[in-house]
Design a protein around this ligand. Structure first.
Ligand code: NDP
Length: 399
């Protein structure tokens, strides 16, 4: 593996899956700040061909893939004259994920990220995982494959990255609780009847973080925290009842670990994804970023409160799915993706989303009552497909 070292030998070879997204952009910011440390192997995008061409020109990867096949000609034209191979379609994304590299950043949004993530586990030495849905849909499959292939799994999600740092060198037996903080989203202080009438525009105004649309809606429903609890369950070997969520509106503390002797270790910082991304990208070293330094005197007060699962039922549904296992968490994720898409398009109201997820979980539990865990991508895909169809049918019959 050619890793940048303190001696400056070699560059870390990096692939970014989801390079045109919010995480992708922050990753590129770090690469451009440290061109001496990184060499880009492959970049992928979904539909944004214009942005994919722009970043490819800046980063000069070997291979570029776009999910949207209809824009292949535009991609080819945009990259003509450059020594960059390109292709489009789902197979092209998998090919990008399969190219040997030192580190893959998995930052495609949703279930679409699972198969490329699994492919990347055959191709890289370090997988920096932002695509939490991979672990929610098939956590055991992903973590077992990483272990079997001796791939280091680094959490890029800010809460999990914080916990990873706080756990550094500690024995899991000494851990009492793993605590994820939640900003509470834009509706934390709203009354339930006002939340019921909230629009996608309201929900997209996240108080602290700048992120893609899907995760921003998930933050408004607290489903994001539910997905993160499931993610934490797969990343850190603690029991589900050792995982806790606390609402911390300032988002300065990103995650904490409480130990059996009463000590609590936390990671703090300005809420900016470039910090956890840089932590992964430089691992086990550190690199500088242009993140605004934390100024606690300026912030003055850090506050905490319990999450309100009556106002935000998605969190309760996610915790229930976690207790039921990988099949349930996969169903939960698929139904949530359908619900979020419908809410963003104005088809669903805020609380229609949790109703849809709840009903899909019920139907899925009956359909897959004999399934014990998820052992292949095909099985994960079958459950995901069932849940999407079920959620859409439920929506159509309600409409
Ligand atoms: P964005 O929506 O900003 O970006 C998603 C990326 O995935 C884009 O590059 C998009 O391409 C690509 N994409 C979408 N659909 C497909 C598809 N079917 N096939 C291939 N590529 C596709 O999301 P974020 O960057 O916000 O989030 C990415 C992941 O990281 C999510 O799983 C999220 O939960 C997680 N995460 C994000 C954080 C954040 O701060 N943003 C924080 C922690 C975790 P295009 O835009 O070209 O269509």
């Amino acid at each position: 593996m050619t890793i940048n070292s303190d001696t400056g030998q070699g560059k870390r070879k990096i692939t970014i899956l989801g390079a045109t997204g919010s995480i992708g952009e922050s990753t590129i910011d770090i690469i451009l700040s440290h061109p001496e440390l990184y060499q880009v192997v492959a970049l992928t995008g979904g539909r944004n061909v214009k942005r994919l061409i722009e970043i490819s020109k800046k980063l000069n990867p070997t291979f570029v893939a776009l999910a949207d096949e209809s824009s292949l000609d535009d991609l080819k034209e945009g990259l003509s004259g450059l020594k960059i191979e390109c292709d489009a379609g789902p197979e092209a994304i998998l090919r990008a994920a399969s190219l040997p590299c030192d580190m893959t950043i998995s930052a495609i949004v949703g279930f679409a990220g699972l198969e490329p993530t699994l492919k990347a586990l055959d191709a890289c030495s370090i997988l920096a995982l932002a695509n939490k849905e991979s672990l929610v849909c098939a956590g055991e499959l992903v973590t077992k494959k990483a272990a079997a292939n001796s791939v280091t799994l680094l959490p890029m999600d800010s809460e999990h990255n914080a916990i990873y740092q706080a756990l550094n060198g500690e024995k899991i037996a000494h851990v009492e609780k793993v605590i994820l903080t939640a900003s509470g989203g834009p509706f934390r202080a709203w009354e339930k009847n006002k939340i019921a009438a909230a629009t996608a525009q309201d929900a997209l105004k996240h108080p602290n973080w700048s992120m893609g649309a899907k995760i921003t809606i998930d933050s408004a429903t607290l489903m994001n925290k539910g997905l993160e609890i499931i993610e934490a369950h797969h990343l850190f070997p603690v029991k589900p009842d050792q995982l806790d969520v606390i609402v911390h509106p300032q988002s300065i503390i990103h995650g904490m670990v409480a130990f059996i002797d009463g000590a609590v270790l936390a990671e703090l910082g300005t809420p900016d994804m470039r910090t956890p991304i840089a932590h992964c990208m430089a691992h086990p070293n550190r690199v500088s970023t242009s993140v605004k330094p934390l100024n606690l005197a300026e912030i003055g007060t850090l506050t905490f409160e319990k999450p309100d699962t009556e106002k935000f039922p998605m969190l309760k549904l996610a915790l229930q799915a976690l207790r039921e296992g990988d099949v349930a968490t996969n169903l939960l994720n698929a139904a949530n993706e359908v619900a979020v898409e419908g809410f963003l398009k104005g088809h669903f109201g805020f609380y229609d989303m949790s109703t849809l997820v709840e009903r899909t979980l019920e139907k899925g539990a009956r359909q897959f009552c004999n399934s014990r865990g998820i052992h292949s991508f095909e099985q994960a895909n079958e459950i995901d497909t069932f849940a999407r169809k079920t959620a859409l049918n439920l929506f159509k019959s309600a409409a």
